[in-house]
Design a binder for this molecule. Structure first.
Ligand code: COA
Length: 188
């Protein structure tokens, strides 16, 4: 466990040329003990992707992209300690599950903090950066989906002001399991 506080990290958007570090952080996240609940992708699927996939991802969610942004937390030793990614969903489109998007909103995905950096408020610093970017992009709200059994993540989101909207969707890796939509409304 580190003794860092949230102010010890540099929170910043990734640059388009940082695809190798984007890949490494994602592969590490997919080896987390709760990865089977937290992420829709498996480690094996991600590890098999070609470099071009990660290069595209870094361009499409790096600085300069208007539609998505990945924020990372850089620890004092340069480690990427955690990450969140904001996708902009436009009103009038369909979301990834085929449901209509009724208003312009941010969709938070890929939430991950390395185990040794948990419990120190870092997730709040990452959320602040992601949510602020969504408001700058004129989002009306930010939402995310969290597995019903991922109680630690749910507790973290509630502390950060997110609330369950009541919407429940099937977990795509196992339709018998459920994910809950959590929402943060834009402050008036
Ligand atoms: C989700 C995640 C980013 C949250 O970051 P974190 O630093 O662990 O969050 P915090 O410690 O600030 O908040 C978690 C809260 O849940 C509590 N908690 C810990 N284990 C818990 C459990 N098994 N069940 C319920 N609550 C739990 C913590 O004590 C803390 O509350 P407290 O501050 O009141 O003590 C991090 O745990 C993570 O990366 N998990 C693995 C990946 C993941 O689940 N991502 C989310 C996908 S939706």
């Amino acid at each position: 466990m580190t003794t860092f506080t949230r102010n010890d990290y540099v929170i910043r958007a990734i640059r388009p040329d940082e695809w190798e570090r984007v890949k490494q952080l994602r592969l590490d996240a997919l080896r987390d003990p709760v990865a089977h609940l937290a992420f829709l992708e498996t480690y094996e699927d991600a590890a098999a992707r070609p470099d071009s996939f990660w290069q595209d991802r870094a361009v499409h969610s790096g600085t300069g992209s208007p539609t998505a942004r990945q924020f990372i937390a850089e620890a004092p030793d340069g480690t990427w300690a955690g990450s969140v990614t904001l996708l902009v969903e436009e009103a009038g489109t369909q979301d990834w599950a085929g449901f209509p998007v009724e208003l312009r909103q941010g969709h938070m995905v890929g939430v991950f903090v390395r185990p040794e950096h948990r419990g120190n408020g870092l997730v709040g610093a990452l959320f602040d950066a992601g949510v602020e970017w969504a408001w700058e992009r004129a989002a009306e709200r930010v939402r995310l989906f969290v597995h019903k059994d991922n109680t630690r993540a749910q507790a973290a989101y509630r502390k950060l002001g997110f609330e369950a909207s009541g919407r429940v969707v099937a977990f795509s890796k196992n339709e018998a399991e459920e994910e809950l939509e959590f929402v943060l409304e834009r402050p008036s």
